[in-house]
Design a protein around this ligand. Structure first.
Ligand code: ADP
Ligand code: ZN
Length: 605
């Protein structure tokens, strides 16, 4: 129906445009300069006029200097003709065309006609909707059915547990009879849970591809409509359609759009409830032999209505989490298959530098790298292109055009060097693998740390090292320029360090004084999201002040450690600053050289 409305609007606009043009022709006529009738008469008397064109009451006069004016005859002037003739002015008349009258009638009636027809159109649609035929619900349904899906499990990388869990479904779809004979019960509904972009849709498609069955896809938000009853009728349509093409998979993306808990804080939403109820009814109607499997995806399982999760419905849950390092490497390899690679490309190194990337992010990374290579007219995509793409995605594009004074540049170079040096010297810290003073996104300079392994949990020692490293930047500025001249460039560092310290004290039990307890923040920021049965502790004022003291202690300790380390390595700080000023970006080898005081290797003074 969307298309119909679009078409309708398009023709409407076209018609209106046409009418405007028609009216315009009448108005444009020639000669835009309006003059008064009396002025016109005086021009005639002064013998300035050469020619007059009369069109009804409109008069266009052409003066002897070839300028044109237009005027209007206010009343019937019987002497006009004689006057013109006596001054030897050429007279030309244009007959008044009849159709102009029809046109003006049409123009004056047009808005009314338009209103009436739009109103009639919607009334008709509404009747259809209320009536039994339900064409409103049906015509707008975008069920995308795909019979020949080419995607297989080999296209899905890095989520082996999830793949294993769903491989049984493939067997079932291939040979439902075999399973039924043994009395096996196959779930009708599978709920895939995981952050966006982790490959839930891809996995569902791969199931269909492996089993060679049709794949029906639609999104939860397709069901949620303005008119009550439409969603429910759509659910009926989908299942009816599925029965016709079975065996098949129905994939519902964003199921949380329909399946939210009924009667929540937000008040009842009749339409959604009806839709959800209809879905439950349909699912209960499965006798397990239709060969239809419903797969739904969500990243918010906590908001789903518990009725959806009951046995016989979406009772099988498959978690698709963000890939770990090996997973990322495999996903990169899947997507790298399609592009020509330089020999220096190592997916493992890229995987190491992209913690937190989802499958979709990685695909995007490969794509961006290929674009970078194409921009440079390279035949193959090199590691440098991947580095560039990664930095662009993680921090934002380089802003080489941003003007920085030499002093700002130097300050940034000292700041970043401070991060690098402390990061290399404190125990357990991820080594800095790149540092740059080319502005990116909102940052003036960036230091990149590359973890050797994915860290699921982090030790206290490593966290403290992180805090020291975060202060390295500000401390370097302070040591070089003095406390009075420190810039505000460290806001971010300070915020991250403080958050870390707070979490260490209040959540992770790293404070001796407070012990391994959870101390909740007193702020009420999460009131809306917290579920009803979570008890909220309020920390007493006494405890709050101890928390603050402990955070301060933790930070002071690491701040002083970083300061001492920097004072001990001032020569490296200066050298690294010089190198950054000269090269703007240093890689891990160059950093190694500087840290080992072998700067002459690449940096001649
Ligand atoms: P979701 O449905 O979880 O939001 P998608 O399945 O739509 O994510 O993923 C988007 C794209 O990202 C996929 O089409 C695929 O190209 C890529 N992708 C995501 N996860 C993987 C993976 N595990 N292996 C390979 N490619 C992936
Ligand atoms: Zn910093």
């Amino acid at each position: 129906m969307g298309d119909i409305i679009k078409n309708f609007l398009f023709w409407l606009m076209a018609l209106m445009l046409f009418i405007c043009i028609l009216c315009g022709i009448n108005f444009i006529f020639k000669g835009d300069n309006n003059i008064d009738y009396t002025d016109f008469l005086s021009s005639v008397r002064k013998n300035e006029v050469e020619k007059v064109t009369i069109h009804g009451n409109n008069i266009i006069l052409k003066k002897k200097d070839q300028t044109e004016y237009r005027t209007y005859l206010p009343i019937y002037d019987s002497k006009l003709l004689n006057l013109l003739l006596s001054h030897h002015i050429a007279i030309n008349g244009i007959p008044i065309k009849k159709h102009n009258m029809y046109l003006s009638i049409f123009v004056s009636w047009f808005p009314t006609l338009l209103l009436v027809s739009v109103w009639m159109y919607f009334m008709k649609q509404f009747k259809n909707n209320v009536g039994k035929s339900n064409s409103f619900g049906k015509s707008k349904m975008h069920i995308v059915t795909d019979k020949n899906i080419k995607i297989t499990f080999s296209d899905v990388a890095g989520c082996n547990e999830a793949k294993e869990e769903v491989s049984e479904i493939v067997e079932y779809l291939k040979e439902p009879k075999k399973f039924q004979k043994l009395g096996g019960k196959i779930p009708n509904g599978i709920l895939m849970i995981g952050p966006p972009g982790t490959g839930k849709t891809l996995l569902a498609k791969a199931i269909a591809g492996e089993a060679q069955v049709s794949f029906l896809t639609l999104s939860g938000s397709d069901f949620v409509e303005m008119f009550v009853g439409v969603g429910a009728s759509r659910v009926r349509d989908v299942f009816e359609h599925a029965r016709n093409v079975s065996p098949c998979i129905i994939f519902i993306d964003e199921i949380d759009a329909v399946g939210r808990q009924r009667g929540g804080v937000s008040g009842g939403n009749d339409e959604r409830e009806q839709t959800l109820n209809q879905m439950l009814v349909e699912m209960d109607g499965f006798k397990g032999n239709e060969g239809i499997i419903l797969i739904a995806a969500t990243n918010r399982p906590d908001v789903l209505d518990s009725a959806l999760l009951r046995p016989g419905r979406f009772d099988r849950h498959v978690f698709v989490s963000l890939p770990d390092m090996i997973g990322r490497k495999e996903i990169l390899q899947v997507h790298m298959k399609n592009i020509p690679l330089a020999s220096d490309v190592d997916p493992l190194i890229i995987a190491r530098g992209t913690p937190g990337f989802s499958g979709a992010d990685l695909r995007n990374l490969v794509n961006e790298s290929a674009l970078f290579a194409a921009k440079e007219n390279n035949q193959v995509v090199s590691m440098l292109d991947f580095e560039k793409a990664k930095d662009k995605i993680m921090i934002g594009a380089e802003r080489r055009s941003m003007l920085m004074t030499e002093i700002q540049k130097e300050c940034t170079a000292y700041h970043e060097s401070g991060h690098v040096i402390i990061g290399r010297l404190v125990p357990e810290h991820d080594p800095a693998h790149k540092v740059t003073i080319v502005p990116r996104g909102r940052a003036l300079g960036v230091t990149f740390f590359l973890p050797k392994v994915d860290s699921v949990s982090i030790s206290k020692e490593k966290l403290e090292s992180k805090i020291s490293t975060l202060y390295g930047g500000r401390l370097a500025e302070e040591i070089i320029y003095g406390v009075q001249k420190v810039s505000t460039g460290a806001v971010n560092d300070i915020q991250i360090a403080t958050d870390l310290a707070r979490n260490m004290v209040t959540k992770w039990g790293f404070s001796d004084k407070l012990g391994p307890l959870l101390y909740k923040n007193n702020t009420r920021e999460n009131v809306f999201y917290e579920s009803v049965n979570s008890t909220s502790h309020i920390t007493s004022t006494d405890t709050s002040s101890i928390i603050d003291q402990e955070i301060k202690l933790l930070i002071d300790r690491n701040y002083i450690r970083a300061k001492n380390l920097l004072y001990d390595h001032l020569d490296i700080l200066h050298n690294m600053k010089d190198a950054l000023m000269k090269y703007e970006t240093l890689n891990s080898f160059q950093i190694d050289h500087l840290m080992n005081r072998k700067c002459e290797k690449f940096f001649v003074k």
